[in-house]
Design a protein around this ligand. Sequence first.
Ligand code: ATP
Ligand code: MG
Length: 335
Amino acid sequence: MKIALAYNLKKKDETKPADYSSEFDSQDTINAISSALKIKGHSVDLVDVEQPNLFSYFRKNRVDMVFNIAEGKCGKFRESEIPAILDYLDIPYTGSNTFSLALALNKALTKKILKAENIPTPRFQVFVKDNGELDSSLKFPLIVKPNREGSAKGINVSNVVHTKDSLFTKIKEIRELYKQEVLVEEFIDGKELTVGILENGRITILPILEIDFSTCEKSGEYFYSWRMKEYQGNTEFGLVPTFYCPARLDKDTEELVKQVALKTHQAVGCCDISRTDIRLSKDNIPYVLEINPLPGLNPTESNFPIMAYAAGMKYEDIIEAILMNASERRMVQNE
Ligand SMILES: Nc1ncnc2c1ncn2[C@@H]1O[C@H](COP(=O)(O)OP(=O)(O)OP(=O)(O)O)[C@@H](O)[C@H]1O
Ligand SMILES: [Mg+2]
């Protein structure tokens, strides 16, 4: 097949905040996906979506499929920007559609759907202004997050707050920095889990990945903060979580967690691939934090490949599964 790999390239820019391009993909990831596609016999055009005239580019350079890992640039629906262009041009692409990408990017809206589907998610409140009344049913500690970011952008240890004063200071800070509404959630003390789902004709729920932060004590970080994600593996900073895949869970809990991830994938309408982040509380409730329809695909650093390797897959098999499932969907749509 003739494939265009669409991405936002991670670049260093001293004029921007440190986490500005955390969501974007490194040249290593782009090379790895491109090589995997070529190993399977496809030709690959590399398309940095930040080029001018992207619309004309796609119109003139027709391909059979766009392999989409682009996170988009700005705005409320940034992850849908490229799929929206491709929909308009009737060019097929891998992964979730315009609607599901916009939905999953909006954590609060996703949580409303999860609630309607009886999928556990931490209790929450959205702040569109810096002040407002805190819902008295919410129990401290609370965690404060930008509502529409990923890669733990804007999420630091200081975002876990224990008082109303520190809560409203944090809400103001996040609103000013990220120019968007703020999500306040009950902080779930427990195990950090993430569940990968890969479709290729049928749905495969990959072995659950558990991330244990007890080995990061020296750093003072105890969950997946931005620093933890950005400097993961840095022994000097003490940011060395331990990964267990499969997670250390009894059979019943494992099944419960997998089913919750599957229900989330289906409720949001994800296609081909997703990664659902979960905190398993001390009383064994798997609280869904969010779903990532565009999970990181770095072959050595990202969580999704770790789960696929544990299932016995090679990197190129992950990429091919995504592509084949998307092609199959296109054929059915055209029938
Ligand atoms: N309600 C919560 N209770 C406990 N920990 C939380 C909660 N919300 C977020 N966290 C911690 O912060 C991390 C990042 O949160 P979240 O997954 O919502 O952000 P994100 O930026 O979308 O992440 P990603 O990097 O997966 O895109 C979680 O993996 C978890 O460690
Ligand atoms: Mg997450």
